[in-house]
Each structure stands twice: as structure tokens, then as C-alpha cells.
Design a protein around this ligand. Structure first.
Ligand code: GLP
Length: 244
């Protein structure tokens, strides 16, 4: 779906999320949301915060799982995804802090494998993701599933692609300071979500959007695996869709 601009598109996405939360509330059920970081979802979070403040949208029944976190990364660092999520969403809504799950960039390397298995199990035990919000990196990554990621991959530690580090270098004052690794949900974790919405804005995403939507399905561009998910929508602005 192509929108005039990201502001209009983000309101539509926020409305879908709000509807889902409310319909789960009516059934007395939890709403399990998979959330993303990066610049793409910021306007969606702004709109959800507005709906909470002005329309009384409650997040009491919401359980969230974030896609990824740099590794290693202290939670309090303003470069952490932990910080980002609190800054843009969690500090402004009525979610129970116990219901917030973000991969922990401070876990010791010895405990990491078990930690990733537990993160995966926690999603399953919560009933699986009802909705997964995604951005896309210029390498075709979703979460931090870089080229080479297997369709069956689960939550794990990965090595960041050079292009991803270039794109993150602005946040870290130079590429040399960008962490080399990250913890990410896997491709299979994402594909098990009942509903997926991927958002992309701007001309610099146009090439990867074309290859993701019109190219062959391949682990060279992990986002192409979404072609085989039966309930995925790509939400684009005009520039991001300009090469389709
Ligand atoms: C990071 C995140 C991804 C995100 C991507 C795109 O790599 N791990 O989840 O989709 O950046 O970021 P942006 O939305 O800023 O273009």
C-alpha cells in the first residue's frame, strides 16, 4: 500500500494496532505486539501515545517483544534500543513494565545461547505474536537478520553487515564505535507472527524495497521471506515505492 507520505501512513498503522488492542480487550485477552526500532516506526509510536493521552487507549493488556538490541549494550545508554523504546513509547503509556521484553544487551556471552532460547520460548508461551511491526535495513534485514540469515533462524546473536554499520554510524559518532554484533529475533520468529506490517519511507529504501517485493526469495535478502507470509502488508511512501 502506497501513501502520500509517512505521516498519513503511520496513522493508518497506529489505528490498526489500536483496533487490535481494543478487540483483545473485549475478549479479555492479552495483545502480543512485536515492536521495531529505527526512524521508521517513530510516527506510529507518536500516534499511539497521542491516542493514549487524548482518547484513553489503554495498554494494560499489551505484552511487547522487541526485535533486537545491539550487543554488548548497556540499557541506560542513549544508543540502546531499550532507551529508544522507553523514550518514544513506554514512558508515555500505561503498559505494565513486566510486560515489556527487549533483548538484553548486557547478558554475558556464556549465558547468551540460553537467553536467546528463553526469549523465543517466552514469545511462544505468551501465545505467539499477534502483530509484528517492521522496518527494513538497506541490506534487506528485518530485525537484524542480515544477508545469509536462514528462514528457520530463531533468536540469536548475529554480526552486523558493513552497510548496517555505516547507516548506524551517525548514532555512534563514527563507524568504529558501532557495536559489531546484535541480538535479534530470527526470521522464523518473525514469520510466525499472525500479522506483519513492514514500513519503509524515503528514496534510499526504494532499491531494497524493489528487490524485496519483486526479487527472488532468498536468504541473500532476508526480507524476501515475507513474500511467503500470508498476512503481510508493506506500507510505503511514494519515494520508497518509486522503483516498483
Ligand atoms: C535497524 C533496526 C531495524 C530497522 C532498520 C532500519 O537496523 N535493527 O529493525 O528496520 O534499522 O532503520 P530506519 O527505520 O531508521 O531506516
Amino acid at each position: 500500500e502506497i501513501f502520500k507520505n509517512s505521516a498519513e501512513a503511520s496513522i493508518i498503522v497506529a489505528q490498526e494496532i489500536a483496533q487490535l488492542i481494543k478487540s483483545k480487550q473485549k475478549e479479555n485477552k492479552s495483545c502480543i505486539l512485536g515492536l521495531a526500532t529505527g526512524s521508521s516506526p517513530i510516527k506510529v509510536y507518536n500516534e499511539l501515545v497521542r491516542m493514549h493521552k487524548e482518547e484513553g487507549l489503554s495498554f494494560k493488556n499489551v505484552i511487547t517483544f522487541n526485535l533486537d538490541e545491539y550487543y554488548p549494550m548497556p540499557k541506560e545508554s542513549n544508543q540502546s534500543y531499550h532507551y529508544f523504546m522507553h523514550q518514544h513509547l513506554f514512558n508515555h503509556i500505561d503498559i505494565n513494565p513486566d510486560n515489556i521484553n527487549i533483548p538484553d544487551g548486557t547478558i554475558s556471552i556464556q549465558q547468551l545461547n540460553q537467553y536467546c532460547l528463553d526469549y523465543e520460548k517466552k514469545i511462544t508461551n505468551a501465545g505467539g505474536l499477534d502483530f509484528q511491526l517492521l522496518g527494513i535495513g538497506r541490506t534487506g534485514h528485518v530485525g537484524f537478520n542480515e544477508p545469509g540469515s536462514h528462514i528457520n533462524s530463531g533468536t540469536r546473536i548475529i554480526t552486523l553487515d558493513h552497510i548496517t554499520k555505516v547507516d548506524a554510524s551517525g548514532d555512534f559518532n563514527g563507524i568504529g564505535n558501532v557495536p559489531k554484533r546484535a541480538i535479534t529475533m530470527g526470521v522464523s520468529t518473525i514469520l510466525r507472527s499472525k500479522r506483519i506490517v513492514l514500513m519503509a519511507w524515503g528514496q534510499n529504501k526504494a532499491d531494497i524495497i524493489k528487490r524485496t517485493i519483486q526479487g527472488d526469495v532468498s536468504s541473500e535478502i532476508p526480507a524476501t521471506f515475507l513474500q511467503n507470509h500470508t498476512n503481510t502488508t508493506f506500507i510505503l511512501d511514494q519515494s520508497a515505492s518509486s522503483e516498483l
